[in-house]
Ligand binder design. Structure first.
Ligand code: PLP
Length: 380
């Protein structure tokens, strides 16, 4: 038996309070008692989405809410601008294509953020674009996109802005209403400190107008059904009762710490992880790093997946590897959700030992020292 440390960008490790909340007996979902819980949860979601618009909950992983965003706001033959700078941007494109939506790709080099001016100029040239799809954190490259600037670029056009914040919510700041984001999609197993199984979407008035015109097929993922139920503090189908118990607890924990402080904690952990990697003589992939996770390029000739496997085998620490063309080249160390300074120090210390064993020349403690200094800087 070993103590297990989960530092992948989803699923993330869970606070004991959340685990305990989910162990309670299941009650019936059409009762006043459950309604009271739903009311609290729906308000808590609006708080962390930083919106006064409704936030709906699906019993589906994050991709379910991504699919819902496509099928509820668009029609066959519509054109959508899709920012593609990694796996999850590509997923927006695949989803659109699956439903006969014409994809106008805005391709971005993996590791870089999209230039908001490029979004603006695509819209100017193609004013018939119905939706712009992008990500807050492109988890495959650990890049943070400037949603505030993209929101400004999109707001004056008829197109709606849809943001995949499945990993980014609570880690990277996202002012949904203030930044004119029409649909924000999130998932349970990342910054929300819950098991996989729930996903969410906030829906603006502009998006609700698009919903009225949409003719793509939908049933389980219908916004219309979900919004009608939400107005009565109900759900169209059976709620994932135990996950909702957990969600109530995780939202309470976030409120206790303060959303702003939660984001600041993520920024602090991300910065320390980057400083540690650099001190170990390693390079970072992302030119616009997110607070969610840090993509570290492994030394030339070293298999990143060997590093990852050794971290698991020798230290029971799980980090993520690279996807697609980044497979074997990077590891992604997440500092997401229920994660604090000591977790980062533990992970960096284990990484140093693994790297040294695999032949990378670095001083024991060099990464840890850099991380500690980064923390001190924040506490000054
Ligand atoms: C994890 C993740 C997803 C996928 O969500 P699932 O829960 O696996 O369906 C989508 N987008 C981003 C940015 C993610 O990080």
């Amino acid at each position: 038996m070993r103590k297990y440390l989960l530092m992948a960008p989803g699923p993330t490790s869970l606070p004991p309070q959340v685990l305990l909340a989910m162990a309670k007996p299941v009650i019936h979902h059409r009762t006043d008692e459950f309604k009271a819980i739903l009311k609290e949860v729906n308000e808590g979601l609006q708080h962390i989405f930083q919106t006064s618009n409704p936030v709906i909950t699906f019993s589906a992983s994050g991709t379910g809410a991504m699919e819902a965003a496509v099928v509820n706001t668009l029609s066959r033959g519509d054109r959508a601008l899709v920012v593609r700078g990694g796996k999850f941007g590509e997923r927006w494109g695949e989803l659109c294509e699956a439903y006969g939506v014409e994809v106008m790709p805005l391709d971005v080099e993996w590791g870089r953020a999209v230039d908001p001016a490029a979004v603006a100029s695509a819209l100017k040239k193609n004013p018939d674009i119905k939706a712009v799809f992008t990500t807050l954190c492109e988890t495959s490259t650990c890049v943070h996109n400037d949603i505030e600037a993209i929101g400004k670029a999109v707001a004056s056009y008829p197109a709606i802005l849809v943001v995949d914040a499945i990993s980014g919510l609570c880690a990277d700041d996202l002012k949904t209403d203030a930044w004119s984001v029409d649909v924000v999609v999130a998932g349970s197993q990342k910054g929300l400190m819950l098991p996989p199984g729930l996903s969410f979407a906030s829906i603006s008035a502009k998006a609700r107008e698009a919903v009225k015109k949409s003719n793509l097929p939908k049933f389980y993922l219908s916004y219309d059904k979900a919004l009608k139920s939400l107005a009565k503090t109900d759900t169209p189908f059976t709620s994932a009762v135990s996950l909702i118990y957990g969600l109530r607890e995780s939202l309470a924990l976030i409120r206790q710490e303060g959303l702003e402080n939660v984001v600041k904690r993520h920024a602090r952990l991300a910065r320390a992880t980057r400083e540690a990697a650099l001190a170990l003589g390693l390079e970072l992939l992302s030119k616009a790093p997110s607070n969610v996770a840090t993509a570290i390029i492994m030394p030339a000739g070293m298999d990143a997946d060997a590093v990852r496997k050794k971290l698991t085998r020798d230290f029971s620490i799980t980090v993520a590897g690279g996807q697609d063309k980044l497979k074997g080249r990077i590891i992604r160390v997440a500092h997401l959700g229920y994660c604090e300074e000591a977790d980062v120090i533990t992970a960096i210390s284990a990484l140093e030992m693994v790297l040294r064993q695999l032949g990378h020349a670095c001083e024991p403690g060099a990464g840890v020292a850099a991380a500690e200094k980064a923390f001190a800087h924040y506490h000054d």
